[in-house]
Design a protein around this ligand. Structure first.
Ligand code: SF4
Length: 493
């Protein structure tokens, strides 16, 4: 069982990522199942993960391969991505997976949907991974989502994984990743899988952070073996959230030119040794079209080097030039956390938070404003007029989309509905590249812009302690937030 293995400090576990493509049968599916049979026969890999519409492209649903793996007596780790599911689909998939015996789930937002049948697929992202982990924990305790009837439903048993990218190149991206990791842990994650990367100091920073924050969850480091084509796409920033340093690309090009097929496997085996000695409880392996023989060779190499106290490992650490580090370098170990520099572009934030305070928090002025809103709410025409006023003012100031469930005060008075293509309200996705948006690479990530508007004293712990906002209530779409805020207040909600 993956849960037992990852929670035992004596074990060092391997999982491997299977990537189903389009179609429900044929050569590609048979190749995946042949690979799985070889994994079963070999016995060193604890679980096979199955991706969920990888890269945002439609593909065979993970449950199909997942149930085949169960038949082969291999534990599946199902990627549970949120890009295509609304909250009802999320709940029904959790029940489906539970019924099928697919209990290990890796929760992630997922890459933005790509064009599909007759054009661009609709991005959903109805819940983010923090909210989904919270929902799963409630369902595990027998609660029926959105209902207070808790004793009627059987308790679920899930093994919930979350993802983090420790390899971000800029301060804003990295601090948000670490803060959201601590929030995912608080929301109920059982284990952590890192994004793939090649800078071992960054991975060491993740392990240091978890130690210093007293987080004892097992970590699977992501060790990926790219082909030359994949490495080039990664180096060009075409794979969301992945940074491949130019030095490593040159190395892979040299190996390709000389026909040295083993070098990349040796490099991965060396990286596994470093991950194990860095405190990871295992590695999550993946690669572009690897044959099982190559994976087996890599595991053999790892086992050989792992026995040696000081193995002479091939180069496997490729830091990105000018990358930002969370900790000072202390003789190759993580020293003190470097001072953070949020709030470099505060702009009008102070003025906006003052007006927010006066309208919604300060007793005298908010009571007056509240009375006006409640008075307007009593008549449809007055309510429509006030909604129009709210729309015009907020559109002008915040490019507001009138979602009716306003979270401006939680994102430095920038509107996530307008500024983030995934409409994330609890911090960024993992897809940003050098501070720029995964979906609109010409724009900086919305949450990087939020970071630049935070209070200059903001520390990681502040962001990690932020209460996570509940999912947006779509029933409020296009309605007046002013009216619903004071109506709820009046009802004591
Ligand atoms: S704005 Fe940032 S958080 Fe939103 S989709 Fe783009 S990269 Fe992700």
């Amino acid at each position: 069982m993956l849960r037992t293995a990852l929670n035992s400090s004596d074990d060092f576990s391997f999982t491997y990522e299977l990537v189903p493509g389009q179609g429900c049968c044929g050569k590609k599916v048979e190749r995946l199942l042949d690979f799985a049979r070889a994994v079963k026969a070999d016995g060193r890999i604890k679980a096979l993960s199955v991706t969920d519409n990888p890269g945002g492209n439609a593909a065979l649903a993970p449950a199909a391969i997942g149930t085949e793996l169960l038949r082969l007596n291999i534990e599946p780790l199902i990627h549970f991505s949120l890009k295509d599911k609304n909250r009802s689909q999320i709940v029904s998939h959790i029940y489906l997976y539970q019924r099928l015996g697919l209990r290990s789930l890796l929760v992630m937002g997922g890459d933005f949907p790509r064009p599909g049948y007759c054009g661009q697929a609709r991005p959903v992202f109805d819940l983010d991974s923090i909210q989904t982990l919270q929902l799963m924990r409630e369902m595990e305790s027998g609660q029926q989502p959105g209902c207070i009837l808790s004793h009627e439903l059987p308790q679920l048993r899930l093994f919930k994984g979350c993802v983090v990218s420790p390899f971000k190149a800029t301060e804003a991206e990295q601090v948000w990743q670490f803060a959201n990791l601590l929030r995912k842990v608080r929301a109920g994650a059982d284990f952590i899988v890192s994004q793939l990367g090649f800078d071992l100091r960054k991975l060491e920073e993740l392990m240091t952070l978890l130690r210093r924050e007293h987080v004892r969850l097992p970590v699977l480091a992501n060790v990926f073996i790219p082909s030359l084509a994949t490495a080039r796409a990664m180096a060009a920033g075409k794979v969301p959230g992945v940074l491949l340093p130019p030095e490593l690309l040159k190395q892979i090009e040299r190996e390709e030119a000389t026909g040295d097929k083993q070098a990349r496997l040796d490099r991965a085996a060396a990286m596994i040794v470093r991950c194990k000695r860095g405190g990871c409880r295992g590695v999550h392996l993946g690669g572009s079209g690897l044959r099982f023989e190559e994976v087996s060779y890599m595991l053999d190499r790892f086992e050989q080097w792992d026995k040696e106290a000081a193995p002479s490992l091939p180069p496997c650490d490729f830091p990105l030039h000018k990358t930002w580090y969370f900790y000072q370098d202390k003789a190759g170990r993580s020293g003190e956390a470097v001072p953070l520099t949020p709030g470099s572009k505060r702009g009008l934030v102070k003025l906006r938070s003052l007006s927010h305070h006066l309208l919604f928090q300060q007793q005298l002025t908010s009571r007056l404003f509240g009375r006006i809103c409640l008075f307007c709410a009593q008549g449809s025409r007055r309510a429509a007029a006030l909604t129009q006023v709210e729309r015009c003012i907020k559109r002008l100031l915040f490019n507001c989309r009138m979602c009716g469930d306003c979270t401006l005060s939680s994102s430095a008075f920038l509107c996530p509905q307008a500024g983030c293509p995934k409409r994330l309200t609890n911090g960024p996705c993992g897809g940003s590249h050098l501070g720029f948006c995964e979906v609109h690479p010409e724009r900086r990530c919305f949450w990087v812009r939020v970071y630049e508007r935070l209070d200059q004293q903001t520390a990681l712990q502040h962001l990690a302690a932020l209460p996570h906002l509940p999912p947006k209530d779509w029933a409020l779409e296009h309605s007046s937030f002013w009216i619903s805020f004071f109506t709820k207040q009046q009802r004591g909600k």
